[in-house]
Design a protein around this ligand. Structure first.
Ligand SMILES: [Fe+2]
Length: 287
């Protein structure tokens, strides 16, 4: 079974890539009822977490503060020792959550999703975040999962909404107007596909590419523009083999209760990149 979630899509429907790219709102509304959740932190495992703090701060345009990598005004990466990969993530949810039917939470406030990933859930009274940040920040996490639909059901209980889907193979989920905070693509094993770093604009992506090249890294895939969410993207592997994405111009979804857009037969070559070039096979390998 291929890890490529686009591979089994039929080509029966004509491509509608251009029509699906929507105007991006730059408005900010702190009283918007759509603001239910926020991805605050991701914890990654690496072999040398102490050294990795400075490495990631430099690589991603953040700063090393008290052993964590601070990105933008309110997100961070925490590092733990172990084989490279995902350890947990922290989400703030203003409306709290209903644990019935969920795996947890345990005493430390963690829940486990159907694939066994750990998420720490906090419930502040309200969440005020900016739709855009002048600095690179943690934007989203995309996971490989044997069952993206089961993942969807689980995170809908937390308040997430489906922004887009690709047949039964991909789900992009939002917890605020930003098109996706979590995404799940069908694959045989639960893995982390990439950590999305939101850049303030396209110029910052170019600068980011120059920067990672200077640090000895190569772009793995991109630049291009995804159909789902309409964002510009560039993917690269860090020194541990963890994939990161620099992205910008990701759609903001309005109205709050907009129906999910589930595509059933898009042109698969354009669905991952409306500009055309396809990713190398190794792009589909998660950690
Ligand atoms: Fe992404």
């Amino acid at each position: 079974m291929s890890n490529n979630p686009y591979a089994s899509q039929s080509d029966t429907a004509p491509p509608e890539a251009e029509a699906d790219i929507q105007t991006i709102s730059r408005e900010t509304s702190n009283s918007d009822p759509a603001w239910e959740g926020w991805l605050r932190e991701v914890e990654l495992r690496v072999p040398d977490p102490d050294a990795a703090v400075d490495y990631y701060a430099e690589l991603l345009g953040g700063s090393a503060v008290d052993g964590t990598v601070v990105l933008g005004s309110s997100t961070r990466i925490v590092l733990d020792e172990g084989p490279p990969g995902f350890r947990s993530a922290s989400l703030d949810f203003a409306r709290g959550f209903e644990p019935a039917g969920m795996h947890g939470p345990d005493d430390e406030g963690y829940v486990s999703d159907p694939d066994g990933r750990r998420f720490k859930i906090s419930a502040p009274a309200h969440i005020e975040e900016r739709l855009t940040d002048p600095q690179p920040r943690l934007g989203h996490l995309t996971f490989e999962s044997p069952d993206p639909i089961l993942q969807q059901s689980f995170f809908e209980k937390l308040g997430f909404k489906v922004s887009e889907g690709l047949g039964q193979n991909f789900r992009w989920l939002r917890c605020n107007p930003i098109h996706h905070t979590l995404a799940f693509s069908r694959a045989p094993e639960p893995k982390l596909h990439h950590v999305g770093i939101e850049m303030p604009d396209r110029a910052a992506i170019v600068d980011g590419c120059d920067h990672i090249a200077k640090l000895g890294h190569f772009v793995q895939y991109g630049p291009g523009r995804h159909l789902a969410g309409g964002n510009l993207f560039v993917y690269f592997l860090d020194r541990y083999g963890i994939r990161f994405e620099f992205f910008c111009e990701l759609e903001r979804v309005y109205p709050h209760n907009r129906d999910p857009l589930i595509r059933e037969g898009v042109d698969r070559d354009r669905s991952i990149n409306i500009w055309g070039p396809q990713p190398p096979e190794e792009y589909w390998q998660g950690v």
